[in-house]
Design a protein around this ligand. Structure first.
Ligand code: FES
Length: 482
């Protein structure tokens, strides 16, 4: 019988991203059967995997290097697998006994009716079949690795969206889902508000920390649990939950964070790293902005709105890339060194609609100067979702040393096959936008992509108009003027 695995598990076993397998499903190279792929068809598509799995020791080593779940979780998963194994053994034993008794009965029939050839044929068939079933065959290492991974990492399927994520090590369900780029509902992250409540449809969860929120008896009976205080005890889990559809589902928040670090990325660019308390995190979507506020003793608050440059998958650590601007009081104080590590900053929001749309088209990002900040957040989010076949980035700087995260782009491109980028420098925004268009065209221009444009108005409108003229649908162009 063909074994099946989920797309997430297959990607983990093959060491490829989920988006690669998903595009092979879309191209008809892999067939999904109730959300699962057959191991046989994976082997046919990735014949080299046989060679890889034959290096079982290396693979086992890789698996051993993954972060371990807690002892309690490990023992529950090993216990579940042992039960499954015992069940299979029992069934095998019963089938074996059945075949042996049939064989004995057939031999009796041969003795009673020695002239009937059909009984001899049947006896021969049973004996040969039994010998084949008992023959020792090499074990399928792909399945062995799958079983090992089931103990180390759990797979969660979300209903009704069908999204999937893996739970590694000691992470709770909320952390794991956010890390995979899902737009989950949550608030306090410490078991007080109940906003991360979900229903367990199948599988087992185990508590990872105490919580104050009281689930009603009816909720408990229906299988509700808090994602921020539980992890997967079984290797497979199905949860029913509502996910945010877009900015309209993200509530307005006001949090107090402290400055973890201020560092110079370029002469005119500072990285402001804020960290929020564990129990008061900012829930936002990649590409959104917040208003930051700081108060000097005896003076009025200063406020400015900046795009968040980091990924919502790490909601405690908020990164802002802020440019020198004498007209912006918050930026002026930051560059003057008044805002120091340890200072308390308020963050109000989030605001903005420049977020990643659902879809599976290749992504093309074009940024000018600090338009790269929300784009950075969107790329980080897209990478954690693993849902896009390719990502291209074009970044125009209108002054020297304007590519303040150029090394970061290089690191993505070296680490990821599906990521490519080009850094462009030109003092004129419109001419720079034209240069980017030229590069896009030279790069086998494909209109069936989603385009995200961020930067000054002239940059965004030039690119928008040219893309529309090239036949890109308006619904595939997302813009942020800043
Ligand atoms: S996020 Fe508040 S209880 Fe889980």
């Amino acid at each position: 019988m063909a074994q099946h695995v989920s797309v997430s598990r297959a990607a983990q076993l093959l060491g490829v991203s989920r988006s690669v397998l998903q595009s092979q499903v879309r191209d008809g190279l892999l067939v999904l059967n109730q959300g699962l792929v057959a191991i046989d068809s994976l082997m046919a598509l990735y014949p080299h995997t046989r060679l890889l799995v034959s290096r079982s020791l290396d693979q086992a080593q890789e698996v051993r290097e993954r972060p371990l779940p807690s002892q309690e979780v490990l023992s529950q998963r090993v216990f579940a697998q042992s039960q499954e194994l015992a069940d299979v053994r029992l069934h095998l034993q019963r089938y074996h006994e059945l075949v042996i008794s049939l064989q004995t009965r057939v031999r009796e029939c041969i003795r009673q009716h020695p002239t009937e050839g059909a009984w001899r044929e049947l006896e021969q068939q049973v004996t040969q079949g039994l010998a084949k079933a008992l023959a020792t065959e090499s074990v399928d290492l792909f399945e062995v690795m799958d079983d090992m991974l089931k103990v180390m990492t759990a797979q969660v399927t979300v209903r009704p969206s069908g999204h999937e994520f893996l739970v590694e090590g000691r992470a709770n369900l909320l952390q794991s889902g956010l890390h995979s780029g899902l737009k989950l509902n949550y608030g306090c992250s410490d078991g007080s508000c109940g906003m991360c409540k979900v229903r367990v449809i199948s599988g087992e969860v185990v508590r990872t920390q105490n919580f104050n929120y009281l689930l009603s008896e009816a909720e408990k009976a229906q299988g509700y649990t808090l994602m921020c205080c539980h992890t997967a005890a079984s290797s497979e889990l199905t949860l029913e939950m509502l996910e945010a559809r877009g900015p309209q589902d993200i509530p307005e928040q006001l949090i107090m964070a402290h400055v973890r670090a201020v560092s110079e990325l370029a002469p005119d660019t500072r990285l402001l790293h804020l960290q929020s308390p564990r129990s008061q995190r900012l829930r936002f979507l990649a590409g959104q902005s917040v208003s930051l506020g700081w108060k000097l003793p005896g003076q009025d608050d200063v406020h400015s709105t900046y795009p968040i440059g980091s990924c919502p998958c790490d909601d405690r650590n908020l990164l802002f890339f802020i440019g020198r601007d004498e007209a912006d009081e918050f930026a002026r104080l930051l560059f003057a060194g008044d805002i120091q590590p340890g200072a308390t900053i308020t963050a109000a929001g989030p605001t903005g609609e420049f977020v990643l749309a659902d879809g599976h088209r290749p992504l093309v990002f074009a940024a000018c100067d600090y338009g790269f900040v929300p784009i950075n957040s969107l790329i980080e989010h897209a990478l954690s979702l693993e849902a896009y076949p390719s990502i291209s980035l074009f970044w125009l700087a209108t002054r020297s040393e304007g590519h303040f995260l150029g090394n970061h782009c290089r690191a993505w491109s070296e680490a990821l096959d599906q990521f490519e980028y080009e850094l462009v420098t030109h003092p004129d925004v419109t001419v720079g936008a034209q240069k980017i268009l030229k590069s896009m065209r030279a790069d086998l221009f494909d209109i069936d992509c989603d385009f995200y444009l961020a930067g000054p108005r002239d940059f965004v409108t030039t690119l928008h108009d040219e893309l529309r003229a090239a036949g890109v649908a308006a619904a595939q162009i997302f813009m942020q003027v800043m």
